[in-house]
Design a protein around this ligand. Structure first.
Ligand SMILES: Cc1ncc(COP(=O)(O)O)c(C=O)c1O
Length: 484
């Protein structure tokens, strides 16, 4: 064992009482013995030298020597005073006999979060066609290493201390420039708050808007992590149907006119891929303005646009500053990065930054500095250009394979944007049955009917194509065909 791992004993949280009836040597002995028996100090742990411990506890060295002698005499410690004492691996009492026995039955967990929400462990599967996966090519990997090395070489005060809870100024400026150019977002760097990604931004928004009962519209079908985060926080959610024009604003107004928040994915509705029509955009903005409601625009995966007419962001159309725009690097780069951003309207800025500060103070300076360097060097734009081509190719291979193998079972159109497609089932087959059968053959598809809450569900398979190189796609579709 390394010295560093043995020496936790020197950090032990001592509680000595000077005017107690028990002499100090006895207190030191008793505490060490209790820690050894509880295995807080594990067998083999090196005890601090008597001189060191005496000085740490401000007691005489003889008190420590007496305590150690007693531990050595009783077999709790081995070695020699003066040349190093260690916690014995052969204890006089059987440790198990002293420790409370664990019940062989597993305690049942009743916390609502454990009962009613997603099984997070199942989400890490890397098999096709799991959603939200990205590819990082050799060029991006090499350039990412370079940016990281440059940041690490320049390590200094800026990285070690506390910094602006909104994020590093140069990263916020880089994000702002990108959003203005690519998404017509109206912003100043002061409005950008760097987050850990969409999920973190949603959590902060809930904290900022929740005063008494908060009512919110969510899309139906929609992104289940948004809905679940809202429900978990006690927000009253109203599922508003999505049609070929996007979220049905009139239906939302009818069911919850007093809602203060609307969570939407206007540029590529999740999961349907529908673009929110211009008339609906204007209707939603007008309603939010009149009702002091906030629109949360989740612009996930807008970086991957393959063709068709791209609509600028909803935020860019908003003259009344009612939109909170949310974006993520976890899709544009890779999910393990955990960095994203929100563009916060000035009226919410102070509350948003306060919430951020109270939750986790600030984003990690090092990760931000690497992303900032990567963007400033032009690597981010180049990465997006390359991945756009690659994801488009993977999309096309998937569409062609599905049409070839499962043309009689599925209807599929290539989406103009994003990282997944929807294949509608033709013969009234149950998508959850196919989902299960596919999983048994090592293929992951998401049953779209499970993403509906109140609206009549459509039976379809939601399939991610971004995370899987073209060679993996036809064999996985062949397995999927067997599941039918
Ligand atoms: C609708 C939607 N928004 C956002 C995200 C990204 O979330 P995050 O940045 O928390 O990884 C995803 C990922 O799958 C998504 O489907």
């Amino acid at each position: 064992m390394k010295e560093g791992r043995r020496s936790w004993a020197s950090l032990y949280a001592w509680q000595l009482t000077r005017n107690s009836d028990a002499p100090l040597f006895r207190q030191i002995y008793a505490q060490l013995r209790a820690a050894i028996l509880a295995q807080d100090l594990r067998p083999g742990t090196k005890l601090p030298s008597t001189r060191q411990l005496a000085s740490q506890l401000s007691v005489s060295r003889s008190a420590v020597v007496s305590a150690y002698e007693q531990l050595l005499a009783e077999g709790y410690a081995t070695g020699k005073i003066g040349s190093g004492s260690y916690v014995s691996s052969d204890l006089p009492e059987a440790i198990e006999g002293r420790r409370p026995k664990r019940s062989p039955r597993r305690t049942s967990i009743t916390a609502p979060l454990a009962q009613n929400f997603v099984d997070v462990t199942a989400r890490d599967e890397e098999r096709p066609f799991n959603l939200g996966r990205t590819l990082v090519d050799a060029r991006t990997t090499a350039l990412w290493r370079k940016s990281s090395a440059r940041v690490f070489r320049a390590l200094g005060h800026d990285h070690f201390g506390y910094s602006d809870p909104r994020g590093l100024p140069n990263l916020r400026k880089a994000i702002c420039d990108y959003l203005r150019a690519a998404r017509a977002v109206r912003c100043e760097p002061e409005q950008i708050v760097v987050t850990a990604g969409t999920q973190h931004a949603i959590d902060l928004i809930i904290r900022v808007l929740q005063q008494g009962e908060l009512q919110a519209w969510v899309e139906d079908p929609g992104y289940s992590l948004t809905r679940q985060a809202l429900i978990a926080a006690g927000v009253k959610t109203f599922s508003v149907p999505v049609d070929a024009q996007g979220i049905d604003v009139a239906a939302g107004i009818k069911s919850a006119p007093k809602a203060r928040a609307v969570f939407v994915t206007p540029s590529h509705q999740f999961p349907t891929g529908v673009v929110l029509a211009m008339a609906r955009r204007l209707e939603l903005l007008a309603w939010a303005h009149e009702n002091n409601a906030w629109i949360i625009e989740d612009d996930y995966a807008s970086e991957f646009r393959y063709g068709g007419r791209a609509l600028a962001s909803l935020q860019g159309l908003d003259d009344n500053e009612r939109v909170i725009y949310v974006g993520t690097f976890n899709k544009a780069l890779f999910p393990g990065l955990r960095l994203g951003y929100a563009v916060v309207p000035p009226a919410l800025s102070k509350a948003f930054v306060t919430a951020r500060y109270l939750v986790d103070r600030q984003p990690s300076s090092l990760a931000q500095a690497v992303v900032a360097d990567f963007i400033e060097e032009g690597h981010f734009a180049a990465h997006l250009r390359r991945m756009r081509l690659q994801y488009r190719d993977q999309r096309d291979v998937l569409v062609a394979s599905l049409r070839q193998r499962l043309g009689s079972e599925l209807t599929v159109d290539p989406p103009d944007q994003g990282m997944h497609l929807v294949a509608y089932l033709k013969r009234g087959l149950n998508d959850t049955t196919i989902e299960r059968a596919a999983r048994e053959r090592g293929v992951i598809v998401r049953a779209m009917s499970r993403l509906y809450v109140a609206a009549p569900p459509r039976s379809a398979l939601v399939m991610g194509f971004s995370g899987y190189p073209r060679r993996m796609i036809p064999p996985a579709v062949a397995q999927l065909a067997k599941a039918f």
